[in-house]
Ligand binder design. Structure first.
Ligand code: GDD
Ligand code: MN
Length: 250
């Protein structure tokens, strides 16, 4: 058969990828991230759907998402909003309930996670049959661009302390560009107690404890251009609380 590169045709291998996009004030970013997702999924031919979980963004993100749904269709763009800002961890949990794919991608909507890496995640997962593939900024060609020293230290510090206390043996514990087998994601979510940013860390620690297999793909994380980060001081406090809880209970 002729090369499928660049075609919009489905591979028809039965796999489907649900992409969870949590949004809070991402009006400027959403059209571009969705366009890029459509482009990279289209070119590679994998079946997919994009689930936008907006938490009542005051900037009108949901209205933008509705426009995108009109452009790309209701089977490709699903809107599963919540009335107010209830946190990143619970946004994923909410999104998973609506995912129809047998694989689920979790990523940020602010273009810090580039959809160009998606085919690499899928290739990695298929090569090793991994239960989860985690994007890593701290191995191989991975990296962080655009963060100030304070933010770099917070990320490195959170990773380091978690490595020392819990030894999960993955190189990026707080990153949030990941691909899961749907049933693995569901079983992990059931066990996770955290509600905010610490969710990512808890997920990979529990994955290790349950002996799920983890593959890694180096990614470059580029700080957002539009809008601002929602990671505040209280998220750092809840990260530390979550870490100590995990340390004490596992
Ligand atoms: N629905 C919803 N509800 N979405 C949220 C919420 C919330 O309460 N808080 C944040 N988001 C969305 C943002 O709109 C964005 O799409 C994504 O979650 C990540 O939020 P950012 O505020 O951009 O996070 P960051 O860039 O500071 O942090 C990134 O790096 C961290 C450390 O590595 C993220 O990748 C984090 O997940 C990661 O832990
Ligand atoms: Mn961000």
């Amino acid at each position: 058969m002729a090369s499928r590169k660049g075609s919009q045709q489905s591979r028809g291998d039965g796999d489907k990828y649900s992409v969870l996009l949590p949004t809070y004030n991402e009006r400027e970013n959403l059209p571009l991230i969705v366009w890029l997702l459509v482009k990279y999924f289209g070119e590679s031919g994998y079946e997919y759907e994009i689930i936008v979980i907006d938490d009542g963004s005051p900037d009108g993100t949901l209205e933008v998402a509705e426009q995108l749904q009109k452009i790309y269709g209701k089977d490709k763009i699903l809107l599963r909003p919540r009335a107010k800002k209830l946190g990143l961890g619970t946004a994923y949990i909410h999104g998973i309930k609506h995912a129809r794919g047998n694989y689920v991608f979790i990523m940020d909507a602010d273009l810090s996670h580039h959809p160009k890496f998606i085919p690499e995640f899928i290739k990695k997962q298929r090569e090793g049959g991994y239960d989860l593939v985690s994007g890593t900024r701290y191995r191989g060609d991975g990296g962080v661009y655009g963060w100030d020293l304070r933010r770099k230290l917070i990320s490195r510090g959170a990773n380091y302390v978690t490595q020392v206390l819990l030894r999960p043996g993955a190189s990026d514990l707080t990153g949030s560009f990941r691909l899961y087998k749907k049933e693995v994601l569901e079983s992990l979510v059931e066990r996770c107690v955290s509600k905010g940013y610490v969710f990512q860390m808890e997920m990979i620690v529990r994955a290790r404890q349950l002996n799920y297999t983890i593959g890694e793909v180096p990614i470059s994380f580029v700080d957002r251009v539009y809008g601002e980060s929602k990671l505040g001081g209280n998220e750092i406090v809840s990260f530390l609380k979550g870490l100590l809880t995990l340390f004490a209970t596992t």
